[in-house]
Design a protein around this ligand. Structure first.
Ligand SMILES: Cc1cc2nc3c(=O)[nH]c(=O)nc-3n(C[C@H](O)[C@H](O)[C@H](O)COP(=O)(O)OP(=O)(O)OC[C@H]3O[C@@H](n4cnc5c(N)ncnc54)[C@H](O)[C@@H]3O)c2cc1C
Length: 459
């Protein structure tokens, strides 16, 4: 392996993880990371919130800990003792013009106990069905199904539309009726096909989990800590402001072309960009795989961070925020009470809200300029939280085409991409949110697997 070169394209969490794994586990490899933009981290960025003295995430603010990849990486990076969990877990739902508590316990919005469903959310017939085991009316067909197809078949349309879609659709700004259950919620598909039924199986799993164990974690000073730690280990192996524009096969490997007209030679290449950028690079060398990638739809979202003086707006101490159903007619899709959730964002003076807008089928936020968007967000906060006080600060972070949508059959299509790469572009591997899911653990998993594949190619 000595002297072999690996280029990683893209320095989001997926690419940084791939590069880190290559450097840490294969010290003989020469690793270069090429990042299009001036900063690394992609959708992970923590920055000062003007006028507050707080450092607040502009994108992701936490990762799931019931899967190991992100927590393990933090431990390896020396951040293990800096991880914190949200102080509050209970969220609400804006439904039919009122905030209502989300039932707890729930799995991706699906209530496990109908007695915890607050009045006004479901009809009596839906609650009766939730009291059962959640067996589908007819056996589910084989293969992947949409989340909507599974939930509707097992517990009915209302549970899907009023609880599961707002939650799961909120995670990647999609429509749960269109999303692959295998990729987005494999535990639901497995439970729905089990002898115990969807609810019976989820209840049994829930009983075996420590109810006090945290579901999410984040480094105390924000997700940017992970980026700083990874970038620190990679040092000058990272080249910023270096968009990759081409990938050409040459006699001894790959020539990675950059926008400044340069070329970086590589034996293996990890492409860790969003799917549409990967498709453009792969089209000449693996056209079938590129065609699958180019067809993937991406949702654009905007994260608005708003701070109010506490005297002007106080939110409940026992709530982490609220979700908004797609039928409510609001621009906002979710609002997180950041200072309630995270003790490090509680300065005693401010109520800090992180407000999401934008769905795969709602481009209104992307079309509004910052001023109009800010006004629309404040109008929705006036409706939902009842404040019309001016905020002390408002920051808009736009994330165009940031959340890939996983159609039914996605995992199979990713296997086709891998086959095309291995047949026609040996040594080129795909990482990123496109692979296993948009969540940070899934991205880290993709980077880890891509590093192994690239290193194996070099041996
Ligand atoms: C607003 C928002 C909130 C989120 N909240 C959460 C959350 O709380 N928890 C969670 O788990 N997940 C969350 N996510 C999802 C998660 O943050 C992302 O899925 C993840 O960070 C994607 O990482 P990535 O490395 O795959 O891609 P990206 O972060 O998109 O990074 C890709 C990198 O590739 C670079 N690039 C693109 N093209 C080229 C090129 N041609 N040459 C060189 N470089 C290129 C880009 O500049 C970018 O730096 C959120 C996402 C958003 C947008």
């Amino acid at each position: 392996m000595a002297g072999h070169r690996v280029v990683v394209v893209g320095a989001g969490i997926s690419g940084l993880t791939a590069a880190h794994r290559l450097v840490a586990d294969h010290p003989n490899l020469a690793v270069t990371v090429l990042e299009a933009g001036p900063r690394v981290g992609g959708a992970l960025v923590t920055s000062p919130l003007e006028g507050t003295g707080l450092e607040v995430d502009e994108g992701a603010d936490a990762f799931l800990v019931r899967v190991p990849w992100a927590a393990d990486l933090c431990t390896e990076l020396g951040l293990g003792d800096k991880l914190v969990a949200p102080r509050v877990r209970q969220a609400s739902l804006w439904l039919d013009g009122a905030l209502r508590p989300l039932p707890a316990p729930n799995v991706l919005g699906l209530p496990l106990d109908p007695s915890t469903v607050a009045p006004g959310i479901l009809e009596a017939a839906d609650l009766d069905r939730l009291a059962g085991t959640g067996h589908p009316d007819v056996p589910l067909p084989d293969g992947d199904l949409s989340v909507g197809a599974v939930v509707r078949a097992c517990v009915g349309d209302a549970v899907h539309e009023r609880l599961v879609d707002p939650l799961l659709g909120g995670v990647n700004a999609g429509r749960a009726d269109d999303l692959s259950c295998t990729t987005m919620a494999p535990q639901l598909l497995a439970a729905a096909r089990s002898d115990d039924g969807l609810l019976g199986s989820l209840r049994a799993t829930h009983r075996s989990v420590d109810p006090t164990a945290p579901v999410f974690n984040a480094p105390r000073d924000g997700m940017g800590q992970m980026v700083t730690a990874l970038a620190g280990r990679l040092g000058d192996r990272i080249r910023r402001n270096t968009p990759v524009v081409s990938l050409n096969r040459v006699s001894d490997g790959w020539a990675v072309g950059t926008a400044d007209g340069g070329t970086v030679a590589a034996d293996a290449v990890v492409v860790a960009t969003p799917a549409y950028a990967a498709a453009a690079l792969l089209a000449p060398v693996a056209p079938d795989g590129a065609e699958i990638l180019v067809e993937l739809v991406h949702a654009s979202v905007v994260l608005t961070t708003v701070a109010f003086r506490r005297a002007d707006l106080a939110v409940p101490d026992d709530r982490s925020g609220f979700l908004v159903g797609r039928s409510e007619g609001l621009l906002i899709t979710a609002c997180s009470f950041a200072d309630r959730k995270w003790s490090h964002l509680d300065d005693g003076d401010h109520t800090v809200l992180r407000v999401s807008c934008g769905r795969v089928d709602d481009d209104r936020p992307a079309d509004l300029d910052d001023r109009s968007l800010g006004e629309a967000v404040l109008a929705d906060l006036a409706t939902t939280l009842g404040t019309d006080a001016p905020p002390s600060t408002l920051r808009i972070s736009r994330w165009p085409r940031s959340l890939v949508q996983f159609p039914v059959g996605h995992a199979g299509r990713m296997a086709e991409v891998d086959r095309d790469l291995s047949d026609r572009a040996p040594g080129v591997v795909l990482a990123g949110a496109t692979r296993y899911g948009v969540g940070i653990p899934a991205c880290i998993r993709s980077g880890t697997k891509a590093a192994t594949a690239a290193a194996t190619h070099c041996t």
